[in-house]
Ligand binder design. Structure first.
Ligand SMILES: Cc1cc2nc3c(=O)[nH]c(=O)nc-3n(C[C@H](O)[C@H](O)[C@H](O)COP(=O)(O)O)c2cc1C
Length: 318
């Protein structure tokens, strides 16, 4: 059983995480897995409240639960209410066979331009019926007005973030400009995964530091326009538990889309800039729900896969 549980943890580490920081540690105690935040991997500029860090832990949780069902386990989850970790108790049992585990290695955050093809109505209906978590809602956006609104918020987000030196410095710290850097760290944002060429660190750094905010905004707006649609995940609360559940729903939707050959990517700049987050909330008439993730989706060729640290690097050994 123990080796099976380690395999579930390995699948959890294949989840999405902000800047591919992989901000998680796992403890395995017999049939219980605990997921802890790794605060050494925070993003203090883009994520000062660790909101996205906890969303990332929710993504890892979702992969672990899907893989647990595939392996024939049932589970109960304790969310980080009092404790600062997530706890999953696993028992062999009759688990549903419609799990999404087969998509775990296929899913990726695909930052390329998509082909703008519409998603068939029947597929969209299936996507929209994806089970959510309590307190979480998803707003699907495809109408031209809504897509236009997203585009202009993404533009403003890029203009704000790329004019902020600390944001650019933090981004550079997590960029892996060439194969050697990517392989050495096995985390962060490897240029090839975003469709960029390899470069020595000194050159990559100069290049990114010199990007004009307007140019980045143009690139990202084109990406929004190339997408079949966007969605926003929002939650009734804005604390740890809601963040974890938002991460679960995001990962579940990305896996579900992958089963239909649909790719997706986060575009969170409007959620990361406070004033734009408020604007997003009112433009989409989310009421008191807090936007957590902005995602675009559509059809595109796969990109090179991002790397992960090995299991030994994320296990807490006592
Ligand atoms: C909370 C969170 C926020 C993210 N924000 C962005 C974003 O704004 N832009 C982006 O391109 N990717 C974003 N990502 C995607 C990560 O960069 C991606 O998951 C990571 O690089 C690993 O790559 P993979 O998902 O292809 O395995 C985000 C992921 C998470 C979980």
């Amino acid at each position: 059983m123990l080796s099976q549980i380690f395999e579930l943890v390995r699948k959890a580490t294949m989840a999405a995480s902000g800047h591919n920081t992989q901000p998680w540690r796992f403890a395995v105690r017999q049939n219980v897995v605990e997921i802890y935040p790794d605060y050494g991997r925070q993003l203090p500029v883009v994520d000062p409240n660790n909101r996205e860090l906890w969303i990332s832990l929710g993504c890892a949780l979702e992969n672990l639960l899907q893989a647990a069902h595939e392996a024939g386990y049932v589970y109960s989850v304790r969310y980080p209410e009092a404790a600062e970790h997530i706890s999953i108790e696993l028992e062999p049992g009759e688990s549903p066979d419609d799990n999404l585990a087969a998509e775990i290695p296929q899913r990726q955050n695909n930052r390329s331009e998509y082909n703008a093809a519409p998603i068939p109505g029947s597929t969209l209906e299936k996507l929209r019926s994806t089970a959510l978590e309590p307190g979480i809602m998803v707003r699907w956006l495809q109408e031209p007005d809504a897509m236009q609104a997203v585009e202009s918020l993404v533009r403003e987000g890029d203009l704000a973030q790329y004019s902020h030196r600390a944001f650019v410095h933090e981004l550079i710290a997590w960029l892996r400009f060439n194969h050697r850097e990517a392989e050495a760290q096995k985390d962060g944002l490897y240029s090839r995964c975003s469709g960029n060429p390899e470069a020595p660190r000194w050159l990559g750094r100069l290049f990114v530091a010199a990007i004009r905010p307007q140019r980045q905004a143009d690139i990202d707006c084109r990406k929004v326009r190339s997408s079949s649609g966007c969605l926003v995940i929002a939650s009734d609360e804005d604390g740890r538990v809601a963040w974890v559940k938002s991460g679960q729903v995001y990962q579940r939707l990305a896996l579900t889309m992958a089963t239909h050959g649909i790719t997706s990517a986060c575009m969170n700049q409007p959620v990361e800039v406070n004033r734009l987050r408020v604007q997003l909330q009112s433009t989409l008439e989310l009421g008191t729900f807090h936007p957590q993730m902005l995602v675009r989706f559509g059809y595109a060729e796969p990109m090179p896969r991002s790397l992960r640290r090995p299991l030994e690097a994320v296990l807490i050994v006592e």
